[in-house]
Design a binder for this molecule. Structure first.
Ligand SMILES: Nc1nc2c(ncn2[C@@H]2O[C@H](COP(=O)(O)OP(=O)(O)OP(=O)(O)O)[C@@H](O)[C@H]2O)c(=O)[nH]1
Ligand SMILES: [Zn+2]
Length: 295
């Protein structure tokens, strides 16, 4: 019998596939090894079931996207965990992540962790910054119970949501809270296992609310290098929105006359810190700019 499913984990050469009839352990057909296109977690695949012998993964359907390291395919949504303290909250870091995922065309929901460890003053400053992100269209949560409640209706059938965020931000802690049986290593344990930067960690999908949540570790060094400088403004959602009213098409909002972004900036309707981050990311991309023909 042939059926379809989603690869939820890869263990010692076996692919575990969630199918409409439950979880099946499969082996990939030799053809994948020859073509060097290994199936990945998140892939939608075709499997051939054999009640008495081996189940085979026989086909991988085209991937919608592929993000993180180890990679997850077909990511529907990112749940970005950003900590209030330890490591300290930073809009700059937040903007890097948001730019990256906007570029990848993956919607993002923000969760502020460790607000219990922040002082009242710290929390006020953070919440004021986060309210700006809500204004420009991102959903923001700082209470894990409210987040849990929202996720149960937000995560649609078969959607794959991926956790992202700096190391130590609290991704595993959140996953353990959402899925009591997830059993992810958190801070202390992983340190004692001496899990270095180069140790490959496996990634796994956990069923959640009709869909899946993945704990993806690999977003520590976000490479914005491949982004074309002229397109960067597209990934700052409020700049992109305002740009429709700039005099010049393709306005970069730097020195151009009759620039709507500059206008809104002067009226405090676009936050100075976002504009500054836009400029900083431009410089970063510019400094390691590849010749146009290599892009
Ligand atoms: N007080 C408090 N501590 C938290 C919270 N979230 C995480 N922590 C602690 O922060 C440390 C790091 O959390 P992890 O969940 O391991 O962080 P991670 O994002 O999974 O980190 P990596 O696995 O390195 O990517 C652990 O000691 C957690 O107990 C929180 O909301 N409040
Ligand atoms: Zn402009």
């Amino acid at each position: 019998m042939i059926t379809e499913g989603i690869v939820i984990s890869l263990i010692a050469g076996y692919y575990d596939v969630m199918t409409p009839n439950g979880l099946v352990r499969t082996r990939a057909r030799g053809v994948f090894r020859k073509r060097q296109e290994k199936p990945q977690v998140g892939d939608l695949v075709k499997v051939q079931l054999d009640e008495h012998g081996t189940n085979y993964l026989i086909e991988v359907f085209e991937r919608k996207n592929r993000i993180g390291r180890p990679a997850v395919s077909n990511v529907s949504h990112v749940l970005l965990v950003i900590s209030a303290v330890e490591p300290d909250f930073s809009v700059n870091l937040l903007d890097r992540f948001l730019t990256f995922f906007e570029w990848q065309k993956v919607p993002v929901t923000i969760y502020l962790s460790k607000s219990d460890l922040a002082t009242k003053e710290q929390l006020e400053a953070i919440k004021s910054a986060l309210s700006y992100y809500e204004e420009i269209g991102y959903s923001v949560f700082s209470n894990k119970k409210k987040l849990e409640k929202a996720l149960l209706s937000l995560i649609k059938d078969n959607e794959i949501w991926t956790l992202a965020g700096q190391s130590g931000a609290g991704k595993s802690t959140l996953l353990n809270f959402l899925k009591e049986d997830a059993g992810q290593d958190t801070g202390e344990i992983s340190k004692s296992l001496n899990r270095g930067k180069h140790t490959t960690r496996s990634v796994q999908l956990f069923t959640y609310s009709g869909g899946f949540i993945a704990d993806t570790p690999g977003f520590s060094a976000i490479d914005l290098g491949p982004i074309k400088i002229k397109e960067l403004q597209n990934y700052f959602v409020e700049l992109n929105k305002a740009s429709k009213f700039c005099k010049f098409r393709g306005c970069q909002h730097i020195h151009e006359p009759k620039c709507e972004v500059k206008e809104l900036l002067s009226k405090n309707k676009i936050a100075q810190f976002r504009y500054d981050d836009y400029l900083a990311l431009r410089t970063e991309i510019e400094e390691q700019r590849l010749p146009e023909y290599l892009k």
